[in-house]
Ligand binder design. Structure first.
Ligand code: DX5
Ligand code: ZN
Length: 238
């Protein structure tokens, strides 16, 4: 059955002086998730926002909060983000060794929150193998994490397809999210490869009409996804 693409606007590209207004526009425009990029200046060379912003957002929107933790020690900080009202928590595989990855996912689930594991562009997809069956979502980064407005790394859609294949083989069905440089040109590529959720920073939140931008990207992605499901290239007859 055809499931439409979900757009998760990243508020890293919003106007922080008018965050409430921007989030209301995104909610009104049909955002499926609000993507919150948390950066600690260690795991990535940038600092962004943290627990107080998640708390404030929770009071202002009914859209589920998708919190992307780009931090060195997610296990230690998970309880704060859970208390703050995160609905989905994403941890990076690169900072969780051995059993830590599975136990982090378990603690997220024990709190009744959905769990996602993110991979940087050069991290082997195989690191997901021990946890793929436990995950609500996998995040495939299509830029090096740290900044919005970067260009999509060409070929990232192949990593999306690899995660989709791995999940199928394992009999698992996590959502697949893609983050970094997603816009009108790149959304169809990743949607055709099996992405379900698209994070859009610059291409949505930095636009004059974020709702219209979101609708255009979602429509382009849905067309590509539908064509891929029918087994033919976009627009091709069969
Ligand atoms: C980058 C962040 C992204 C970023 C996306 O490290 O994880 O969520 O905000 O921004 P765009 O869509 O502009 O690449
Ligand atoms: Zn992100």
């Amino acid at each position: 059955m055809f499931e439409p693409i979900v757009i998760a606007p990243s508020i890293l590209s919003a106007d922080f002086m008018d965050l409430g207004r921007d989030v209301a526009v995104l909610e009104e425009g049909g955002a499926g998730l609000i993507h919150v990029d948390v950066m600690d200046g260690h795991f990535v060379p940038n600092l962004s926002m943290g627990v107080p912003v998640v708390k404030a957002l929770k009071r202002r929107t009914r859209v589920p909060l998708d919190v992307h933790l780009m931090i060195d020690n997610p296990a230690r900080e998970l309880p704060w983000f859970i208390d703050a009202g995160a609905d989905m928590l994403t941890v990076h595989a690169e900072v969780l060794y051995g059993d830590e990855l599975a136990s982090c996912v378990e603690s997220i689930h024990e709190a009744g929150v959905r769990a996602c594991v993110a991979l940087k562009p050069r991290t082997a997809v195989e690191v997901l193998a021990p946890v793929i069956g436990m995950l609500d979502m996998v995040l495939v980064m299509s830029v090096e994490p740290g900044f919005s407005g970067q260009s999509y790394i060409a070929g990232s859609e192949q990593r999306v397809a690899a995660v989709a294949a791995m999940a199928r083989q394992a009999g698992a069905a996590p959502l697949i999210q893609v983050d970094g440089g997603i816009g009108l040109q790149t959304a169809p590529l990743v949607a055709a490869a099996g992405a379900d959720v698209l994070v859009c920073g610059n291409a949505v939140c930095a636009q004059d009409d974020p709702a219209a931008a979101m609708a255009r990207i979602a429509a382009a992605a849905d067309r590509a996804r539908e064509a891929a499901l029918r087994g033919c290239p976009e627009g091709g007859a069969r």
